[in-house]
Design a protein around this ligand. Structure first.
Ligand SMILES: Cc1cc2nc3c(=O)[nH]c(=O)nc-3n(C[C@H](O)[C@H](O)[C@H](O)COP(=O)(O)OP(=O)(O)OC[C@H]3O[C@@H](n4cnc5c(N)ncnc54)[C@H](O)[C@@H]3O)c2cc1C
Length: 379
């Protein structure tokens, strides 16, 4: 049976970065992936600046386009809010080539990719035994980076405590006039769907257009998507491919490490509750898990402690804060509209600074904001 120091399940941004950091730290690492690379991943492919800054290698050749301006349209406001920066607020990538690139970079440090290997079972013995579609593998540490639907956490004994929201994304080819106009901006349309938003992210020759909702009752996403395309003023849709998926917008409540299994990215529930943006936190949590294990390989207790402390430094408090903001933003429309009319541009600037990594709100500032919004005490 093959044996590795670390096995990473999943070759998305969390898995790629976890493998890269663990292999860079001198450990033997395998990435189990049920598909073969490059594989399509349902995603708008919008990478915010701080995610871009986390990549320790050049990725210019997989960039489709970059936008220094971000447009946010509200139904109740005549003009969009626009954030402008002198660096790319959002960079457009396609996940097949982006994810494959990270895995290749991890390979430079010795990480091995095992494609068409689907994880099917886990047994905890002296080491961790993994039953895969192509035989068994053992390891000392297991990193779950198998996304929102992956089985690792469940197989290792976690209950389902993440909240997920449905999102529908289309890769669409449109007439040249519509493409010319729409490819000038990366845009969000708040309320394009009840309790949610639509996005239009231009790629090299096509658009990624989608809708996602925080609505609890069943919503016909397809219908709202078609309405949204009309609203964007698209004259002709030449071709379109639909991809539906879930985004986990709240972290698990029963921990992120047990029995040497570390949860990262969507498997842990780390997508942002306000924007449903998950690539950055996947890259970040994957890299934190890989580093924590590499630096404390001989002591699982210290490795666990290092990972949990690193998550507590920024990621978990931020998700808690943006989770409260999401409640206001998507579920209290009247109050939100009032606040956005008064101070929309100021909020837009601050939020842009947070998501691009240029502003970290202190615990006190977050508490003050939430108190002013009527959320009471925040710890
Ligand atoms: C419609 C939509 C649009 C989105 N748009 C954006 C956006 O524009 N920007 C943004 O930042 N985020 C966006 N997100 C969120 C983002 O896609 C995820 O948060 C991100 O992909 C999480 O990365 P990950 O590495 O945790 O998991 P994933 O990227 O999901 O990777 C998981 C990997 O695990 C593999 N796997 C699963 N099960 C097994 C198994 N049993 N054995 C082996 N391998 C397995 C999968 O094949 C996959 O390769 C969007 C999500 C959706 C649904």
């Amino acid at each position: 049976m093959k044996n590795f120091d670390v096995v990473v399940v999943g070759s998305g941004p969390a898995g790629g970065m976890a493998a890269l950091e663990a292999a860079k730290g001198g450990l033997s690492v395998a990435i189990l992936e049920k598909e073969s690379l490059p594989r399509y991943k349902t995603c708008g492919g919008g990478l915010v600046f701080r995610g871009r800054e986390m990549l320790p290698f050049d990725f210019n050749h997989v960039i489709m386009s970059s936008y220094n301006d971000l447009y946010i349209y509200f139904d109740h406001m005549e003009l969009p809010l626009v954030a402008k920066r002198d660096y790319p607020i959002v960079t457009m990538i396609m996940r097949d080539s982006f994810d494959e690139l990270i895995v290749k970079e991890a390979g430079k440090f010795g990480a091995i990719l095992l494609e068409n290997h689907q994880l099917k079972g886990i047994e905890f013995q002296e080491s961790i035994q993994l039953i895969t579609s192509q035989g068994s593998i053992s390891c000392k540490y297991l990193i779950a980076a198998d996304g929102v639907m992956g089985p690792t956490a469940k197989l290792a004994g976690w209950k389902e405590t993440r909240k997920t929201i449905p999102a529908l994304e289309y890769e669409i080819e449109v007439d040249s006039e519509s493409f010319e106009r729409l490819s000038k901006e990366a845009r969000f349309d708040i309320d394009a769907i009840p309790k949610g938003y639509g996005w239009c992210f231009p790629k090299k020759n096509h658009l990624s257009v989608g809708v996602g909702t925080f609505e609890k009752r069943k919503v016909n996403l397809r219908e709202y998507y078609h309405e949204y395309v009309k609203k964007l003023g698209v004259k002709e849709v030449i071709s379109e491919q639909a991809h539906g998926f879930q985004v986990p917008v709240s972290p698990r409540t029963d921990g992120f490490v047990r029995q040497n299994v570390f949860l990262t990215g969507d498997a842990a529930g780390f997508a942002d509750p306000l924007t449903a943006e998950g690539i950055t936190n996947a890259l970040y949590s994957g890299s934190l898990a890989g580093k924590a294990i590499a630096q404390n390989f001989n002591s699982p207790t210290l490795a666990e402690q290092a990972y949990l402390e690193a998550l507590e430094e920024r990621l978990l408090p931020e998700l808690k804060f943006t989770g409260y903001l999401a409640k206001l933003f998507y579920h209290q429309k009247t109050l939100r509209n009032f606040l956005m009319k008064q101070n929309g541009q100021r909020y837009c600037e601050k939020i842009t600074d947070v998501y691009t990594g240029h502003l970290e709100l202190s615990k006190e500032v977050k508490a003050r904001i939430l108190k002013n919004l009527g959320f009471g005490i925040f710890n």
